[in-house]
Design a protein around this ligand. Sequence first.
Ligand code: NAD
Length: 471
Amino acid sequence: MSAIDKIYIDGAFVTPHGKEHAPLFNPATEEQIGVVQLGDARDVDAAVAAAKRAFPAMSRTSKAERIAMLERLSDAVAARTDDLIATMIQEYGAPALFTGFAVPHAASVFREMAETLESYSFSRTIGRAEVEMRPSGVAAAITPWNSNYGFICAKLATAIAAGTSIVIKPSEMSAFQTQLLLECLHEADLPRGVLNIVNGTGAVAGAALSAHPDIAKISFTGSTVTGRAIFGAAAQGIKRVTLELGGKSPTIILDDADLATAIPQALMTGLLNSGQACIDGTRILAPESRLDEILDGLKTAAEALKVGPATDPANEIGPMVSQKQWERVQTYIRLGQEEGATLLAGGEGRPDHLDRGWFVRPTVFANVTNQMRIAREEIFGPVLCVIPYRDEEEAIAIANDTDYGLAAYVQSSDRERAKRVAARIDAGRVTINSAPHEPFAPFGGFKQSGIGREFGTYGLDAFLEPRAIIA
Ligand code: NAD
């Protein structure tokens, strides 16, 4: 069994001061595959000190130098694509459908940020004022386990484009993936101290980082509960924060949708990343006039989904990341039945053909009202709710009746109608008929889905501070 016993500070792999360890698992087999040594507050202090030393020189680098760093990082990550996929499968269990996007994305975010930087204007004239966009100061990033490479790379890319050094605390459950990614990032030969990564728990390393007086900016992706704690800690030092939090996103199937494509698309966006994606469209809003057809189609399609280890690329749904997450999802499947929803597909327990692994039966509930907890709370597993609506107005009202506002999906054969509906949804990103990802568009949420935006110029703005000089 291998041990991850190094963290990355000041351009080097070093042994953490922290002495605690956490087990690492293969979620498809439930076997322990390793152990990670966890950094503590002293390690966070050392990482922040290294980032602080690196900041002045980094903040003075030219656009061309930053673009060169971003290109080197992209190449270094792309060079290990196959290894990165294999490790993501082993430690996280993501199916090929997801690794096929997530791993190339981790390399391409650097290039996309380089492109954003190319045309970004750091100096602007506003009346008599010369406005300069300055890096906010040393940045921190705290990331979750559900797309470890992508979150680390996106936040690092933005920090570099802004001319900032960064300390990253990834999820302690992703230590093998972090270690391999670090080996790639190390190859890019960044100036010492620009990138620092500390493995550790949220309660120890995460809390120390988010309260650290030398951190000016925090970019967090994770649950709304943790986002609240980080926001509170950041408030003490009036730190800048970007929070990318949870979701309970609606998929509105309009009554003119072509169900032959809308149903598989609704299922796909609902169950992306085995249901462990913040943007999953987990509330399917179905017109009463076509409810029976939609339920029939969803049942057939959900029952045909292939669930199993991602080592077989034909499998479409992988395991939950941990036993705790598996149990949490089971609790919600029980709760849905207790609340009076009808099981259309799936249910409690493992799929019959699997005798181990944290696999969940892809579950679709019918007869759901938007007031049920299964319709209001983020489950983070392959569990979908179908909520009927009478007319377009009611569909929009239900879609917006949520504490969240991260993503939304609209299915219609009339694009203009779909755009009119989309314009009334309170969500950071509304996708019509499964249009492809747009990497330069802002990403983030309304309401309790977060604060601020990532990607493109919006993401870069969030790491910068405008200074106006008026003469
Ligand atoms: P989580 O909030 O439990 O943990 C995220 C990170 O925060 C981890 O690194 C964890 O160690 C750290 N952390 C935990 N407690 C902390 C504390 N008190 N102080 C500082 N750091 C702390 O989330 P998770 O279970 O790893 O990930 C799943 C959640 O992430 C879901 O709610 C999902 O919706 C959300 N998510 C959001 C987005 C988005 O872009 N909006 C993307 C992916 C996941």
